[in-house]
Design a protein around this ligand. Structure first.
Ligand code: SF4
Length: 236
């Protein structure tokens, strides 16, 4: 089992704090204080970082204590931005809702877990990023297509909007970026064909490598980076 990297731990801890706040907001209709949301994120990070973690070569050369300290500060800022700018905008209707989607002509169903649906019928995906996303990131996101299909399975109508709600943290600033998008029946049909193609490949013992341009195909996020024969050789 490959341990998680620091960037992954930061993202996971951010999501745990957002989820904890939205869970309680379902009934209280109030956000937790920003300091409490930050505390949840940082406590989760510390707990996870106490186990095995994977350091990139660059992180190892700077030393785990330094890198973990920096990551904790960055996470606190991410969580504070979430608490002050993202969370107040949403009254949750569903949090971490698991939905089974039956796929005709496929040997298996698809199970999707929607992070957040608000009381205005919007499906929201909270993200952290180190650069601003483009509109095409939202329009082509397979994750958002799955969320849209899951929502429609649950409610019988499409969501009013799909959102990538990002906290973008660069070396100099931390800001919020919202990208809205929608999906059509044709998008669902394309998704089903994609799932069928991938399922057939896996059953045939073929595991196609991801697009090397994807953000997770990097030494920061992929634990298989050093052993992977497909990784881009000029990237690290
Ligand atoms: S490095 Fe290899 S295993 Fe990791 S994401 Fe890229 S292609 Fe996949």
């Amino acid at each position: 089992m490959i341990p998680p990297g620091i960037a992954l731990l930061k993202g996971t801890s951010f999501h745990r704090a957002a989820e904890a706040n939205m869970e309680q907001k379902l009934t209280t209709h109030r956000d937790l204080p920003a300091e409490e949301i930050v505390e949840i994120a940082v406590a989760n990070f510390e707990q996870e970082a106490a186990g095995d973690i994977l350091l990139t070569d660059e992180e190892a050369s700077r030393g785990p204590a330094v890198v973990l300290g920096e990551a904790k500060d960055q996470l606190a800022e991410l969580a504070e931005t979430h608490a002050k700018q993202q969370a107040p905008e949403y009254q949750p209707a569903l949090v971490e809702k698991s939905v089974r989607i039956e796929l005709p002509e496929a040997p298996r169903d698809l199970v999707g877990i929607i992070d957040l649906v608000d009381d205005r019928g919007r499906v929201i995906d909270f993200k952290t990023a180190t650069r601003r996303r483009s509109q095409s990131d939202a329009d082509s996101s397979v994750q958002l297509t799955v969320y849209a299909a899951a929502y429609e399975c649950l409610h019988g109508v499409p969501p009013t909007e799909l959102r990538l709600d990002c906290v973008v943290q660069t070396k100099t600033q931390t800001t919020r970026q919202v990208l809205a998008t929608h999906r059509s029946r044709e998008d669902f049909a394309a998704l089903a064909r994609r799932i069928n193609a991938v399922t057939a490949a896996i059953e045939a013992g073929v595991f196609p490598p991801t697009n090397p341009g994807n953000w997770w195909c990097s030494p920061t996020f992929c634990g298989y980076w050093h052993d992977c024969p497909y990784r881009p050789r000029t990237a690290g």
